[in-house]
Design a protein around this ligand. Sequence first.
Ligand code: ZN
Length: 109
Amino acid sequence: MGFLKRLFGGDSVEDRGMYFYVRCTACREPIRVRVDPMNDLSPVYEGDEDEETAYEVRKQLLGTRCYKLIEGYWRFDKRKRLIGSEIEGGNEITAAEYEAETAASVQQP
Ligand SMILES: [Zn+2]
């Protein structure tokens, strides 16, 4: 790791991950999903040209409270900006909702 860090000028420590938040439909557990834009995005080709037109990510998520598998699908434009998502077995929630609930469960009275 140290070698790679030197090789790329030392700024590889920065976390470039994107985070998404979903809630399990079955048990209402909030789950955080990390997507690495360098490794997790698959290019989507559309039309006749062999040109990258978009990116997509598919992730299977499993919470800790139940065994129901959640299938998440996120779609990005060619600049890797989020343009849409579909969650099967769960709903999307905001980072604020996730943090409020995970913080609350730690310091329960
Ligand atoms: Zn669950």
